[in-house]
Design a binder for this molecule. Structure first.
Ligand code: NAP
Length: 286
């Protein structure tokens, strides 16, 4: 595949928007569709073309990427009878779903694509808005190896690496596993800072101890600013982590911390922090 190939993109949220920008920068021709049309505007200004429906996207493109909230949104975009991806023949085309969905949903999408003679790649990402902007996402790939080879140039524009893990569904399991670790990290960071604060240690000092020591990692460093400023605009919305922890639970994650972690983030969601960044877990724990 070369950058001459026509790309379609459906879903221009926190992740989709910067990802499409990187594809345009890399020289791809991109047709976009977003349910709320206002989110298309900056990308049209940057050179993308707007489509009126997912059907129009697949009609005009060789490879279509979906980057949508959740399983229900992805299924709706694929299945919608009159304007969805499958409402007309997409035979010979390729669809890449980069949204985080259940392994079962990825297997279902793979079956649907096969029935429609469409190649399917399951490619959730690890990394949030900053890596999406920097083109340094880690892309976890499942599906047919030939289809993966075909779309590698797309992944090269979006990420620092892509890792092929197996058939469709396996990549979704890997994504749920890494998000479990993300949830544990942020829950642990929040609990640590609050315990320290309750015992006379300032959050500035505690975060310096974390980030200068062996317990530091990329995510503790990235999220420290939000904790220090007590401001949590969504990079990765807390509601999406609750979704992922539920999906992991349904996919068989029953290890000792899995249920308490889901309970804690679900409480934060019920407390009204769903639209804020996942680090807002600290506000719910306070
Ligand atoms: P987001 O900002 O909430 O954007 C969601 C997108 O899905 C929007 O374009 C939204 O359209 C669209 N959408 C939702 N329901 C829809 C429906 N029923 N029909 C059509 N479109 C619909 O989400 P995001 O942060 O970009 O995340 C996208 C996916 O990537 C999620 O699966 C998330 O778990 C995963 N992910 C996110 C991050 C992160 O840090 N943000 C990192 C890795 C993976 P509207 O604009 O019209 O609402």
């Amino acid at each position: 595949m070369s950058t001459n190939l026509k790309l379609g993109w459906i879903g221009l949220g926190n992740m989709g928007n910067p990802m499409v920008r990187n594809l345009l920068k890399a020289g791809f021709e991109v047709t976009v569709f977003n349910r709320s049309k206002d989110k298309e505007t900056p990308l049209i200004e940057a050179g993308a073309t707007s489509a009126n429906s997912p059907q129009e996207v697949i009609e005009n493109c060789d490879v279509v990427v979906t980057m949508l909230s959740n399983d229900a949104a992805v299924k709706e975009i694929f299945e919608e009878k009159t304007s969805g991806l499958f409402s007309k023949s997409g035979s010979g085309k390729t669809i890449i779903n980069m949204s985080t969905v259940a392994p079962d949903t990825s297997r279902y999408l793979a079956r649907l694509c096969e029935e429609h003679q469409i190649a399917f790649v399951n490619a959730p990402v690890s990394g949030s808005v900053k890596p999406a902007e920097d083109g340094t996402l880690v892309i976890i790939v499942g599906g047919q190896p030939e289809a993966y080879e075909q779309v590698k140039p797309v992944f090269e524009a979006l990420g620092k690496t892509s890792i092929y893990v197996g058939v469709a569904g396996v990549a979704s399991s890997a994504k749920l596993a890494i998000n479990y670790l993300l949830g544990l990290n942020l829950q642990g960071l929040a609990e640590t800072v609050l315990f320290a604060e309750n015992n006379g240690v300032s959050k500035e000092d505690m975060l310096a101890i974390v980030n200068e020591g062996a317990c530091a990692n990329g995510i503790t460093k990235i999220k420290s600013t939000a904790i220090l400023n007590d401001s949590f605009p969504a990079a990765f919305a807390l509601k999406h982590l609750v979704k992922d922890l539920k999906l992991a639970n349904e996919a068989g994650l029953t290890s000792p911390l899995a249920q308490p972690l889901l309970t804690s983030y679900s409480k934060a969601l019920n407390d009204g922090f769903g639209e804020e960044d996942v680090m807002a877990i600290i506000k719910s724990l306070k």
